[in-house]
Design a protein around this ligand. Structure first.
Ligand SMILES: *Cc1c(COP(=O)(O)O)cnc(C)c1O
Length: 423
């Protein structure tokens, strides 16, 4: 059952309580490989569910527009100090509601409508907010896009440089949502300097790996760093913008009053808790285990004849190109979900198929590593993925059901924060 228990919710609104309980069970029984997801600690969950949700505190500590900030100010200041210490930066804004608004605040801080912005193309692994056409960032600004190389699936830094010097963007984004390889922050910084652009590193996916020393840090290279707090960093749904002191004022003004109203104080408290957790030695071990698991999973998939974008991974994320298997991404992802393995279909670079039914699968190891799974379990997971992909081709639903049973059996031995097996 859900932990902590939900007695008030159960008696007052059994319909919602039943769905929350069902979700807790689903999270317990599935191998959760969605690369952007994780399991937060009970402490983070408690802070998120606290009475701080009742408070309004527009402004910043010591400069609020509402009274009664005796407890909220120290909470936000703690979150800021912990973020600065953990990531080695001079300034942190912990108020953005989520990753997308954080990125929008960067535009507001540095650009005028119509200015040129450069980012990794969405189908190549970039994020919507890096100037993709359907996003406000692609409609209100002038986007130019760099890509990955067809040969090796890696960002083409020569193209980045040529494009930056030709187009002279005011803002360059590095980072993305489906980038399985290490981001070369020093190389991006040099190009941005040459082109006279602001460099923003969006480390939403890899923030926890950076905090744990399992990925190089953009601190000291990027002018601005944005990140969500809920992916590998294992905090609540939220975001942060980190920067040098030079940009502090512009960023704070952009977040509030530029873009947002009152910060979500319960989220701020939970971010502070998660940042403290991420500063402990156990978290560095976690971050390195996430990468070790992803590498082991990638190796086991390669052994089974799967094509991986870039041929493997340096981080938590693996991108499978199913083209050679003759099974599209969407039916494969749907069958895997029925088999108790949750991931998402995803475009691969130069994908000939449509975005809503692309050729790839994206998976990540942040959540299963929190459950305590280690490298030795990854060949088994790769074998299950393979069985299900073959079952899709053979329309063998019995095989899918068999895998689901085996998955539940395995996970019964791995506790989940937020779930208690009934006595
Ligand atoms: C997840 C993500 C975001 C957006 O975060 P939301 O909280 O979903 O708005 C932004 N950038 C990157 C690279 C991401 O992976």
């Amino acid at each position: 059952m859900h932990q902590p228990a939900l007695p008030h919710l159960q008696s007052q609104d059994p319909e919602i309580a039943g769905l929350v309980e069902a979700e807790a069970r689903r999270q317990f029984e599935k191998i959760r490989l969605i690369a952007s997801e994780n399991y937060v600690s009970p402490a983070v969950l408690e802070a998120t569910g606290s009475v701080l949700t009742n408070k309004y505190s527009e402004g910043y500590a010591g400069r609020r527009y509402y009274e009664g900030q005796q407890n909220v100010d120290p909470i936000e200041l703690l979150a800021i100090e912990r973020a600065k210490a953990l990531f080695g930066v001079e300034h942190a804004n912990v108020q953005p509601y989520s990753g997308s608004p954080a990125n929008l605040a960067v535009y507001l801080a540095f650009l005028q409508p119509g200015d040129t912005v450069m980012g990794l193309s969405l189908p190549m692994g970039g994020h919507l907010t890096h100037g993709w056409s359907v996003s406000a960032t692609g409609r209100w600004f002038n986007p130019v896009r760099y890509e990955v190389r067809a040969e090796d699936g890696r960002v083409d830094m020569d193209q980045v440089r040529d494009l930056a010097l030709k187009e002279r963007p005011k803002l360059i984004w590095c980072g993305g949502t489906a980038v399985p390889r290490t981001i070369d922050f020093p190389a991006f910084a040099e190009i941005a300097r040459e082109a006279g652009a602001v460099l923003a590193a969006d480390v939403a996916h890899i923030a926890g790996l950076i905090a744990g020393g399992a990925h190089p840090s953009p601190a000291g290279h990027a002018d601005v760093i944005t990140t969500t707090t809920h992916k590998t960093l294992r905090g609540p749904r939220g975001a942060m913008i980190l920067s040098t002191q030079e940009h502090a004022k512009a960023i704070d003004k952009a977040v509030f009053p530029g873009l947002q109203g009152g910060p979500h104080d319960h989220t701020t408290a939970a971010i502070a808790v998660a940042l403290d957790e991420a500063s402990r030695p156990g978290f560095a071990a976690y971050a390195h285990q996430v990468v070790a698991n992803a590498k082991a999973l990638a190796a086991a998939l390669l052994e089974r004849g799967y094509d991986l974008v870039s041929g493997g991974t340096d981080n938590h994320l693996v991108l499978i190109d199913l083209t050679g298997k003759g099974v599209p991404g969407k039916p494969a992802a749907q069958a895997l979900d029925r088999a108790g393995i949750e991931l998402n279909y995803n475009a691969v670079p130069f994908d000939p198929r449509k975005p809503f039914d692309p050729s790839g699968l994206r998976l990540g190891t942040a959540a299963i590593t929190t459950r305590g799974l280690t490298e030795d379990r990854m060949p088994r997971i790769a074998a299950w993925i393979d069985e299900v992909v073959q079952a899709v081709a053979a329309e063998d639903e019995a095989a899918v059901a068999r895998v689901a049973g085996e998955v539940r059996e395995l996970l019964a031995g791995y506790p989940m924060p937020g779930w208690a097996t009934a006595p």
